[in-house]
Design a protein around this ligand. Sequence first.
Ligand code: PLP
Length: 425
Amino acid sequence: TTAPAPLADLDTEALRAAHAEFARAYDELKASGLALDITRGKPSAEQLDLSNDLLHLPDGAYRDAAGTDLRNYGGPNGLPELRAIFADALRVPVAQLLALGNSSLTVMHDTVAQALLHGVPGGELPWGHQSISFLCPVPGYDRHFTICERFGIRMIAVPMNDDGPDIATIETLLATDDSIKGMWCVPVYSNPSGAVYSEEVARALVSLPAAADFRLFWDNAYVVHHLSDERPEPIDILALAAEAGNPDRPLIFASTSKVTFPGAGVAFIGASEANIAWFQRNSAAQSIGPDKLNQLRHVQLLRDQDGLAAHMEKHRAILEPKFAAVDEAFRARLEPWGAGAWNAPHGGYFVSLDVLDGCAKRAVQLAKEAGIAVTPAGATFPYGEDPRDANIRIAPTFPPLAELRTALDGLCTAILLAETEALLA
Ligand code: PLP
């Protein structure tokens, strides 16, 4: 078809013609027997290779800068040298930044569990003694939502704007619902929209009147994961919170999962002195200390802040063409038909695509039947329910570039077929 118009503007005859063309393309796609996967935000093998020195480090070394024998128990706060490498990026003083185990999701999960069982500083009751809820900017990270679901915490969806979650909505909710005890935030290169919270939004989040035991789960998973030279000004959320008189509101999380090896990296928590003391008291009952040898390996690999930045540039060199491929595919295949709207993030791991309302599930199903696995539609919403059935999360990092291009092209065919089906129904 030449010179296509937005699908929504086509008359029935033109729609039927477009549908026939997409159905033919889809049949060919299915016959080509693909087996591709763009479901999860995992680094590619090429990215993992960047950290292969970890496989032979610490190369006989086992002492930290202070001379402590890291082979033994102890050191519950983690290696000061490693905390120093990440303190600046996370804007947390080293003393209030702990280096822990291999997963920040575990730390977030356990922090919620501790709050449910014991309450948090400033709270009168353990969260678990009340019926509580969390604010969930959408689209968001499915595993945050899974934590809430597992613990029976009610989730309240909040719309995302380009500069972070919608503050007017949050202000109204916080003012009228004191069951709200937490909020999931991915402030830099949000999963999946790529949005970066503005300082104004951050300031509002730490300032708005809320319960004394309300906590921001400030998951800065992608703070050093840039894809362009356009870098957001780092936000010192602890300082903003202290200025606003709510120093204990933010809990900062991060990890090296997408810096080095996911599952074999190091997670961090940073917060006010009171929150850190609370966290230490809880975790002292849980562990005699983290894997300090893995932390030493990471210090040896990354060395310092500049070393970390240089390492992340190597990731960027691998990832930039993949994100460009997503933009190119959607511009070429979806844009002419008005078939979707997506973001071109300056960092992070995802592209968020909105197709025509009511078409996401069907498009993902069609793609799956053609051998292209895409994150289930709805996964980016609490309870897996996208009220518009429009959002699809694209994870372009894992497959090699050629495979990614094939998968994206096939996905576009599936989307166009699903949309013409829906418009003809
Ligand atoms: N937080 C966000 C926003 C993520 O997207 C991910 C992984 O995709 C994680 C946390 C998981 O981090 P970790 O591997 O440290 O558990």
